[in-house]
Design a protein around this ligand. Structure first.
Ligand SMILES: Nc1ncnc2c1ncn2[C@@H]1O[C@H](COP(=O)(O)OP(=O)(O)OP(=O)(O)O)[C@@H](O)[C@H]1O
Ligand SMILES: [Mg+2]
Length: 241
């Protein structure tokens, strides 16, 4: 369970996130939906203890991330887009193993997990090839595998499907559904209402650093009856630029 409490982040000239609060219950898939620059990555980076909030905090499974960032770090798996930070000269398997070791896992356990995750993400074919020449989608899957090697209960995925082709998007979606079945709590960001609708129990819409709506998909449909979900999103973030 994650309780976000009045979380804010200001950079020198930019208020990236302003006083946001929401709760993600255990086992829930929560979509953080917003346009470019809305504050999604900043929010997730604060939850991941990679960025210190200017104000507010979040409680992760009862632990305050300001007081015990290292404990919170151990509870979560994180995936951020952009630079993947994989080691080009290591194979996919070696990259993932390295992270497992950093997380204090035993070799055998790492091997078992790699097999399990590799099957789920359909990456057996290139598990033993060097990551340097991988396509974007292949790298993204290795990054996903790496982020959850230690089987955390809570996962934070920043735009996990960004830049992937249709097949890879499906694989990642299926993967997130499997994690949900396993009872994991997942927060992921997206700018696509369609994606959020497919995967999420709840959605938080963020605009210009503020949460403008938190609701289940069902609640959204009831509240904005007859409207397409994508139109609801545009309505909520539109006209506020
Ligand atoms: N390190 C930083 N220094 C200064 N400003 C920043 C920094 N990181 C983010 N910002 C600003 O904070 C705001 C929110 O950025 P953020 O990356 O959180 O948005 P986002 O919702 O993830 O967007 P995108 O969909 O493009 O990834 C933007 O105005 C951005 O320029
Ligand atoms: Mg972002």
């Amino acid at each position: 369970m994650i309780q976000v409490k009045n979380l804010s982040k200001s950079f020198k000239k930019v208020d990236a996130v302003t006083n946001i609060s929401f709760e993600v219950k255990k086992g829930v898939v929560f979509g953080l939906l917003g346009e470019n620059g809305a504050g999604k990555t900043t929010t997730l980076r604060m939850l991941a203890t990679m960025l210190k909030p200017t104000n507010g905090t979040a409680i992760v499974d009862g632990i305050d991330l300001l007081q015990h960032p290292e404990k919170v770090r151990g509870l979560i798996g994180i995936l951020f887009g952009g630079e993947t930070g994989l080691y080009d000269r290591l194979t996919a398997r070696e990259n993932i193993t390295y992270f497992g070791l950093l997380n204090g896992m035993e070799k055998l356990e790492i091997e078992r997990r790699i097999e399990e995750i590799s099957n789920m993400l359909d990456m057996n074919e290139y598990l033993d090839r060097r990551a340097g020449k991988f396509s974007k989608g292949m790298k993204q899957k290795v990054s996903i595998a790496r982020s959850i090697i230690h089987d955390p209960d809570i996962m934070l995925f920043d735009e996990p499907t960004s830049g992937l082709d249709v097949t890879s998007i499906r694989v990642v979606h299926e993967f997130i559904r499997r994690l949900k079945e396993q009872g994991k709590t997942i927060v992921f960001s997206s700018h696509s209402m369609n994606e959020v609708e497919k995967l999420c129990d709840e959605v938080g819409i963020i605009h210009k650093g503020e949460i403008v709506e938190v609701a289940t998909i069902k609640e959204l449909r009831e509240k904005y009856e007859d409207m397409e979900l994508e139109d609801i999103f545009v309505k909520l973030v539109g006209g506020k630029k």
